[in-house]
Design a protein around this ligand. Structure first.
Ligand code: GDP
Ligand code: MN
Length: 400
């Protein structure tokens, strides 16, 4: 999960990293209230999960309520590289003497943590890396040992930070590394990390990516998650506890088990279709779960056909079939369903589906045939007049 800047700063603050006083605002009036509270001058900052907000006009200094009003009004609703600004962060403006860069991330190929520091902060670090790689000091850190004060000192020396900034920067790096490890992050980045005229070293921006695998031990992350802007389909799926990833095709997919769901996407692609999503309903294909899954798929206006691919294991085929029939009663579907049912009690399941067979509910014996039918329906070719072409050996092999 990527955090918004203001969330990243809240996270930093927990680890003692100096950040500016500020507050969030979703309206112009709230922006003025926050500015009055933190004291002028302030910075009005667009909260979107994309870099380069400054260049795009999403970061503005304001010395009075009128200026806050003007900037907040202009930034709210602005689109920055496809991200619409719905929220602002208003913080007390800092005086900047120097802008630096600092980050910790995981270097997977080296199987080590990687710390990076540069005296060329405030600009796109990828650009610095491309134009002047020497300007970035890098140090691998063994996670078993952690970051020592000597490592941190080495980084600030190698990066050539100003003498006056070094002690403060070492302190920030040690805290930032703790945030990275104890805070279970995949990435922590401060750009710019600033030196103020009075000699303080301070985080002016925050980019934090949390490691979702650690979510179980961070109940407090729920608050961050609640503020994330999700695809409405993914939002609905999350509320229903479903493993869903939205894609941009027109064949809705429901399968049990992540592996089968992935193969289903592949087979739909293979027969010339475009999946609208990944959806794994897991072990329980009950009517309630199936209805929830169909509701999520139905909320996607692009979906023209739904492919349900279930391999019965613990969940028996007859239960699955009853679940589908019951779910169809509960949800008024816009698109027809094609089912491929196999595994435990598949015969009984197919017999149940047969009773309800129509041009809205079609059963097919194999994965490839079902995929072909679903893709044909999505393309507007009727299923009744459609005779699936002989199944290619290779395709069939892949489908099993
Ligand atoms: P980004 O463009 O999305 O990376 O947003 P940043 O938060 O990094 O801000 C971009 C730039 O705005 C910084 O590099 C600073 O030059 C400037 N800026 C941000 N906050 C302040 C502040 O408090 N005071 C001053 N003077 N400039 C600021
Ligand atoms: Mn920045």
């Amino acid at each position: 999960m990527d955090l918004f800047e203001y969330q990243g700063k809240q996270y930093f603050a927990r680890f003692g990293i100096p950040v500016s006083a500020g507050g969030i605002a979703d309206t112009v009036d709230e922006a003025v209230q926050q500015a009055e509270r933190v004291g002028y001058p302030v910075v009005v900052k667009a909260q979107v999960q994309v870099g380069g907000r400054g260049k795009a006009g999403g970061i503005k200094l304001a010395a009075s309520a009128d200026e806050v009003r003007e900037h907040a009004g202009r930034i709210l609703g602005m689109s920055i590289r496809g991200h619409v600004v719905r929220r602002l962060w208003i913080e007390h403006a800092s005086e900047i003497e120097r802008e630096y860069y600092a980050s910790f991330t995981l270097d997977r190929s080296a199987r080590l943590h990687l710390g990076m520091v540069s005296a060329k902060g405030g600009m796109d670090i990828e650009q610095v890396a491309a134009e002047d790689p020497q300007a970035i000091a890098r140090r691998h850190i063994n996670p078993v040992d952690g970051l020592s004060t000597d490592d941190a000192r080495w980084l600030v020396d190698a990066a050539g930070l100003d003498e006056r900034a070094k002690d403060g920067a070492v302190e920030v790096l040690l805290k930032l590394y703790r945030c990275f490890v104890e805070g279970d992050c995949d990435l922590v980045e401060i750009n710019p990390l600033i030196l103020t005229p009075d000699g303080r070293v301070h985080a002016l921006d925050a980019k934090v990516t949390l490691d979702d695998n650690a979510a179980f031990r961070h109940p407090e992350w729920e608050e961050f998650r609640a503020a994330q802007v999700l695809d409405p389909r993914e939002q609905l799926a999350r509320e229903k506890g479903l493993q869903y990833v939205g894609l941009d095709g027109d064949v809705g997919i429901i399968a049990n088990g992540a592996g089968l769901a992935m193969s289903t996407l592949d087979v739909v692609n293979q027969v010339g279709g475009r999946p609208a999503n990944f959806l794994d309903i897991g072990g329980g294909a009950s009517a309630a779960v199936m209805a929830g899954a169909l509701e999520v798929i139905n909320s996607d206006e692009q979906v023209r056909a739904i492919f349900i691919n279930i391999f019965g294991g613990i969940t028996r085929g007859d239960e699955v079939a009853n679940g589908i029939v019951e779910a169809m009663r509960r949800v008024a579907l816009r698109a027809p369903i094609v089912v491929r049912l196999d595994g435990t009690n598949a015969e009984q399941g197919r017999a149940i589906l047969k009773q309800y067979e129509s041009d809205r509910l079609i059963s097919r014996p194999t994965m490839v045939e079902a995929a072909r039918t679903a893709v044909a329906l999505a393309k507007g070719v009727g299923a009744s007049g459609e005779h699936p072409a002989p199944v290619a050996e290779a395709a069939e092999g892949a489908a099993r």
